[in-house]
Design a protein around this ligand. Sequence first.
Ligand code: V47
Length: 361
Amino acid sequence: MKTLTGVDRGQIEACLEAGQRLSCEEGVALFEEPDFEWVCSLANRVRERLYADRTTYVVNMHLNYSNVCALSCMFCAFARKSGQEGAYEMSLEEMIERVSLMKGVEGAEVHIVGGLHPDYPYEYYPRLLSTLREHYPNVHLKAFTAVEIDFFAQLAGKSVGWVLQDLRENGLGSLPGGGAEVLTDRIHQKLYRDKMGPERWLAIHKQAHQLGIPTSATMLAGHIETMAERIEHLDKLRRLQDETGGFLAYIPLRFHPDNTPLKKLNLMDGDAVVRNVALGRLMLDNFPHVKAYWVMSGLENAARAQFAGADDFDGTVVDERITHMAGCETPVGVTEQSLLQMIRNSGRRPVRRDALYNLLS
Ligand code: V47
């Protein structure tokens, strides 16, 4: 049966049932398909085939070491110039103190990202990692977006491969998926032209994968991008994953416009957030995990997303700053107990994992 947008339901269902790949045209049609529940049910079927009723979660915290940044991206409410009101730099001592929250917690992860600080020397970054590793040898350090890695290579006057290996020797466990935004030339030119573009972001993740460093991938949705651009982004991720297999997870991010030059835009509504998760699960047939990132999506939408493709609920997320500075009203971290409760109340079975998605309980 064909729907209003010309989607052949039977063909799409048969394709997914047989484990075959959706085309980009089918992806765009599913973004535009009026029958929202049907699209979610397709993604839910794929998710349940892989993970049944299980939803994993991680005990983690964010460490945003400084918001001083040489760049001025249109969507960012986090960055400040040195000396500007609201600019901050954490000292090593303060970071050691904050991360003590994770001490002795099995499988804990610290997600470390910050601005491109114009004055820190390259040596600051390996030292940050090695200091944390020394104090908390069992905590996984998921650190530095591809954008930071590229910046560090310029600071050090070395190659990206050299920097990745140096950071790994100092404790780097994996790279987070930030900085991808929307991997198309138009969005790059319009919103973040001074920062690395799509090809460079993909090249740095490729290099990490080739060195055996796992990474994640995000997409920042809900601003000026078209559905075709979202699919172009997902297709680029899918192609790279075909080559390397190094992505652990995909994390769709909901854009928060407050305190940014794009503040006139509306916040993406709940159904759009959930559908965006569903399309991630449907298009990225070679990605093991799709995360519901409640900090940006909101807790209620993250709960719904578990029935539209998401198999992971990220996380306790203590101390996140990037979205909270853009007006997002979710709590600054939740306890493991309330995370368990939320997953159970939504009808899924919570299972704790470590940063590399090994199951713990
Ligand atoms: O790269 C910036 C985005 C990202 C805003 O890898 C904004 O597991 C919304 O990448 N509104 C950082 N988003 C967060 C991130 C992430 C989060 C959770 C898990 C993982 C992972 C990665 O936040 C940035 C940018 O795309 N961002 N400004 C804003 N106003």
